[in-house]
Design a protein around this ligand. Structure first.
Ligand code: C2E
Ligand code: CA
Ligand code: CA
Length: 703
């Protein structure tokens, strides 16, 4: 918290006390000043009286000297003055003059006063009365007193007194006032403090309340019944607090609750798991994070209007929550579901946190029960639905120091759950290692694409009618600088996940088209088939892009065949048709790859503008095992192709019997290790040249 917050709001109290003290000081100052001036006046009067009395004594003795009453003669005035000045510190000077203004005697401690004394003496002689004047500096006082005898003025005496002798007595005069001031302060300060504190106590309460709200955002309402502005202020505070509370609740709702399902959202889930991990102390303070994905849900939602989609998501959330509660009761023996949080952490992802599940085996058992409960079919709008739940599990804190890590690991396990038994997977370190290895591979692949290390290899396709290599399939190979070759089985899944499949497939298509154009120019033509990835097919400009490559390579479009897997085509048959149309119009041939693997309806298939069907290798393998069902399927595909006037390629043919089987049933093309695996471009052109040479020899022999 910043310092401004901690500063006491006692500005008011301090100011009140300071004001009181200031007032007391001012009053004392004024009182002291008036006392001082009173004392000063008194002192001046006293000095005047003193001076007048002393002057009177002097005048009397001068009168006696001047009238001869005294035994001392006229000449004794000067020495007397010197003697007196020598013994008295308070006397500054003395002058005696006769009525004509002649100086009869004089003594001074400084010359400065002489002129002043003369002027004052003359005035006293003129006015025939006593004059008292400050000398003008040092505050000294001069008295000029006429010397009278029987109504006649004999002369004048001027005496000046210094002032210093009174200083100390002034301080003494002030002492009672200082004592009074001290006593006053001693009494007033505590009284002022008490009074101020009493009067601002409600303000203090309000301040504490405001501080509490500022610090924690909450506080109990204040109860102030002072009946004044403080009470009004307290009521206003209470009102504000209740509004703030309501707003906070609303914000919490918006920030942490999924608006559609009313379940906690991802942020809330993460916070709760984090706080569980933070509080965990003993090893048995463990919990499991389970992340669920419902495989059928995304596709289903795509087909629904937004309102129906929300309704379905709500229903799924309800089923999810019920399943979790049931399993919690049965497996974890928690009838009230304590230590359990069910949340919606993504558009189609749900999660559960279950406390007190410490071992992977317990977590797997819990997940298995949940999967089973969730996979129960249910009815919605007269549809029978099954969710096909998958579950990834990670343990907290075993699999992560924070919620983020644990949830990430649970998601990683979910990725592996798709191919795992019981559609569930508990996170293991090896999963993490695999993910890291994938990341590494992805990084390497980016560099490899730039260095052009992905090359097209060509697998021959035999036309069964002629028994000659008349076509090939381009298959990607990663030829590393050390000449080792990586097969697509390793890099295609990573390329698909990372989006690198796009540039990779492009590179293969470009090379395949250039090579096929070169073979045609060399007089050894061979059609080339190129595989199309789901990602490439997603682009609206797919046809334009392919035709651009074909034109650029100078290849006749009819020499190119595009292999698109059945599953990609069937994702959206209408769209597939739209994308394919311009290609077919240009003369490019289209093949359905891996036919028989998907679950497409034959009716839908028959409407699509394809030229070729490629029977998947698994049926050829099954033939070899004498699988009657596989035989029937292959025969059916061949019959269908005949009816739709499509060509058929059997791939993965490794034995002569398989080739014969296909030939007998009207299959057009054969591809497989029986005739050769994919080879590099130079090797394949050599194969074509060799075949052309053999043809010439055969022709010659026939001739
Ligand atoms: P696919 O399109 O079904 O390709 C046929 C796969 O079967 C090739 O594997 C090929 O080498 C293999 N094969 C051919 N004859 C036989 C045989 O007699 N016996 C056996 N056991 N296998 C045979 P490959 O080259 O490993 O390719 C695997 C998959 O990778 C391909 O399956 C294709 O889906 C994908 N792929 C390969 N190259 C590309 C490419 O350039 N682009 C795209 N998008 N996918 C590619
Ligand atoms: Ca293929
Ligand atoms: Ca295939």
């Amino acid at each position: 918290m910043n310092a401004a917050h901690d500063r006491r709001p006692m500005g008011l109290a301090t100011r009140a006390v300071a004001f009181t003290v200031g007032l007391v000081l001012l009053v004392t100052l004024v009182a002291t000043a008036s006392v001082w001036f009173g004392a000063e006046r008194e002192r001046t009067r006293h000095q005047q009286t003193l001076a007048q009395n002393s002057a009177r004594v002097w005048v009397e003795s001068m009168r006696q000297v001047l009238t001869g009453e005294s035994s001392a003669g006229m000449t004794s005035i000067d020495p007397t003055i010197d003697q007196v000045l020598g013994t008295r510190d308070d006397l500054r000077f003395i002058r005696v003059m006769d009525a004509q203004g002649r100086v009869l005697g004089e003594g001074a401690k400084s010359d400065a006063d002489t002129a002043f004394a003369t002027r004052l003496a003359e005035q006293a002689l003129e006015r025939r009365r006593t004059l008292i004047r400050p000398t003008g500096h040092d505050g000294a006082l001069a008295v000029a007193m006429p010397i009278m005898h029987e109504g006649r003025m004999l002369g004048v005496t001027v005496i000046a007194w210094a002032r210093e002798t009174y200083r100390f007595s002034v301080l003494l005069a002030l002492t009672p006032f200082f004592l009074f001031l001290g006593a006053l302060l001693l009494v007033t300060i505590p009284v002022a403090i008490i009074v101020v504190h009493r009067s601002i106590a409600p303000l203090d309460t309000l301040t504490q309340f405001a501080k509490k709200i500022a610090a924690s955002g909450q506080a109990a309402p204040i109860d102030l019944k002072t009946g004044d502005e403080f009470e009004t202020l307290a009521n206003a505070f209470n009102h504000m607090l209740s509004k703030l509370d309501a707003s906070m609740r609303h914000i919490q709702q918006v920030a942490f609750v999924d608006p559609i399902t009313q379940l906690p959202n991802q942020d809330r889930f993460q916070r709760d798991v984090d706080s569980f991990i933070l509080q965990a102390k003993a090893p048995e303070d463990a919990g499991a994070v389970l992340v669920f994905e419902f495989q059928r849900l995304p596709k289903l939602l795509q087909t629904l209007d937004p309102e129906a989609a929300r309704e379905l998501v709500r229903l799924v959330a309800e089923r999810f929550l019920n399943a979790v509660r049931t399993v919690d009761r049965l497996v974890r023996m928690r009838p009230q579901g304590e230590g359990m949080i069910a949340a919606r952490i993504g558009a189609q992802d749900f999660a559960v946190f279950a406390a007190n599940i410490a071992s992977p085996a317990d977590a797997a058992r819990y997940a298995q029960h949940l999967n089973a409960a969730l996979n129960q079919p249910f009815e919605w709008r007269s549809h029978k639905l099954s969710l096909a739940a998958h579950c990834g599990v990670a343990l907290a804190p075993r699999d992560g120091r924070d919620a983020d890590a644990v949830i990430r690991h649970a998601r990683m396990a979910l990725g592996a759950a798709h191919t795992a038994p019981a559609r569930l997977k508990v996170f293991t370190q090896s999963l993490d290692r695999e993910a890291s290895a994938r990341l590494m591979l992805e990084k390497e692949m980016r560099g490899a694409i730039e260095r052009n290390e992905f090359r097209a290899y060509f697998q021959p396709k035999i036309n069964l009618a002629t028994g000659r290599i008349e076509a090939c399939e381009a298959l990607a190979r990663w030829v590393r600088p050390d000449r080792t070759i990586v097969s697509p089985g390793r890099f295609i899944p990573v390329a698909e996940e990372s989006g690198l499949i796009g540039p990779l497939s492009d590179a293969i298509m470009r090379e395949a088209c250039w090579k096929a154009a070169a073979w045609a120019r060399a007089g050894t033509p061979a059609k080339v088939a190129v595989n199309v990835s789901a990602l490439q097919f997603r682009s609206e400009k797919f046809a334009e892009h392919v035709l651009g490559i074909v034109r650029h390579a100078g290849l006749c479009p009819s020499q190119l065949e595009l292999e698109i897997t059945e599953s990609v085509v069937m994702e959206d048959p209408d769209r597939a048709q739209r994308l394919i149309e311009p290609l077919r119009a240009a003369g490019v041939r289209l093949a359905i790859d891996d036919f028989g693997c998907g679950h497409s309806s034959l009716a839908a298939l028959s409407k699509l503008p394809f030229d070729v069907i490629k029977i998947d290798q698994q049926f050829v393998r099954a033939l070899e095992r004498g699988d009657a069902q596989a035989t029937a399927i292959v025969e059916m595909i061949l019959a269908l192709a005949r009816a739709l006037d499509l060509e058929v390629v059997a791939e993965g043919v490794e034995r002569r019997v398989e080739a014969e089987f296909m030939a007998e049933r009207g299959c057009h093309w054969i591809q497989g290790f029986l005739y050769g695996a994919a080879v590099s471009a130079p090797e394949f052109s050599e194969m074509l040249c060799r075949q052309a040479g053999e043809d010439v020899l055969a022709d010659d022999a026939a001739a």
